[in-house]
Write a protein that binds this ligand. Structure first.
Ligand code: GLY
Length: 353
């Protein structure tokens, strides 16, 4: 499947195909005519794929370099970005080079951030290797690094020249990582495309869902494509992708990154936000039963773990999407239909308590 993200001069293609990583050299040729490529990856993904990716690119005449970061959220920092700038500079990269991210959301966000700021912008392309990155993080041009305790607080909008998705790489992921990505897939179904949820309900088990993963990835990409094309800079409709994320980010920040996955936090956030919207009379009650059933089916939590809710609330207030009077949240009008609403801090605090 080739899907184009149509956003004017910054349009790009997502090429998804079983085993397509073997054709990486052909893919790169589509959008890059330079010579030097820096591959940024983490030690876990790099151990499996870096050697092969480098070799294929080398055989096609590219000069390749690699920068391997430690796996985990702590690598998404200004400190790591600075080390990569230095590496680029030491290896005389100029704006004619390419940065290729090979990894999950952390590597993609960090690589995009470095690419958008090194010499005011160097070409960049993404090979997402986690389900979460394939259905969400690699598409739409959001790049970021974290400040201590504040996720994604420094970043840019910078579109990749291309995205290469090979579902084969998902076979090396742990179940927990698949569940994490499925939280975003369920989100896409709830906010925009109920056929995603139908497919997941029709599957008899978690492993049957995984067998259908390519279809689910394509449908989720199409949900994201539609919202990004309408609102590249996240000022309007794109915010629908944040369903469950305000509470989710509050949970992640409170527990500390690494103690809960982003998908788990978003799963709880969706349930709590939906419960709030049902209480307000904005959302039909039957949405909650379906949401919970699907999350349980893919082994995601649906209730708060042991956590200080006051701290969750404070973390939500410091989230970059928050304003002094309140926050924009996404609520469901029905299954596969959503809208953005502004709510006050008093309302959301009362509901969480
Ligand atoms: N991950 C949400 C967005 O890209 O807008």
């Amino acid at each position: 499947m080739i899907e184009t993200i149509n956003i004017g001069t910054e349009s790009y293609e997502i090429w998804m195909e079983h085993g397509v990583l073997q054709k990486i050299d052909k893919w790169v040729k589509n959008f890059f005519s330079g010579e030097k490529i820096l591959i940024i990856t983490d030690d876990a993904v790099g151990a499996i794929y870096l050697g092969d990716v480098k070799e294929r690119l080398k055989q096609s005449g590219y000069t390749t370099f690699s920068f391997v970061v430690q796996v985990g959220e702590q690598s998404k920092s200004l400190g790591t970005a600075e080390k990569i700038y230095q590496f680029l500079n030491d290896n005389t990269f100029d704006r004619g080079g390419l940065i290729l991210s090979l990894g999950g959301g952390v590597v993609g966000d960090l690589s995009g951030f470095v690419a958008s700021t090194y010499q005011r912008g160097i070409s960049f392309a993404q090979i997402p290797t986690s389900l979460l990155a394939q259905v969400d993080a690699s598409i739409g041009g959001k790049t970021a690094v974290n400040l201590p305790g504040i996720k994604n607080s420094v970043g840019t909008f910078y579109q990749p020249s291309g995205v290469l998705i090979d579902p084969v790489v998902l076979t090396t992921l742990k179940t927990e990582a698949i569940s994490e990505g499925l939280a975003e897939v369920i989100k896409c179904g709830m906010i925009q495309d109920s056929s995603i949820l139908d497919e997941m309900m029709d599957a008899a088990s978690f492993s049957e869902i995984v067998q259908e993963i390519e279809k689910l990835i394509i449908k989720s990409i199409r949900v994201k494509k539609a919202l990004v094309e309408e609102d590249v800079f996240d000022q309007g409709m794109r915010m629908k992708l944040n369903f469950g994320h305000t509470i989710g980010h509050g949970i992640e920040a409170t527990l500390g990154y690494g103690n809960i996955t982003h998908g788990e936090a978003v799963a709880i956030g969706m349930v709590k936000m939906n419960q709030f919207a049902i209480q307000k009379g904005w959302t039909p009650k039957d949405t909650q039963a379906l949401l919970i059933k699907l999350l349980e089916k893919v082994h995601l939590p649906t209730d708060f773990p042991k956590i200080d809710l006051e701290k969750v609330f404070e973390a939500m207030r410091h989230d970059k999407k928050s304003k002094s009077h309140g926050v924009s949240v996404v609520t469901l009008d029905g299954i596969g239909q959503s809208r953005i609403r502004s709510i006050s801090w008093e309302e959301i605090k009362k509901s969480l308590a």
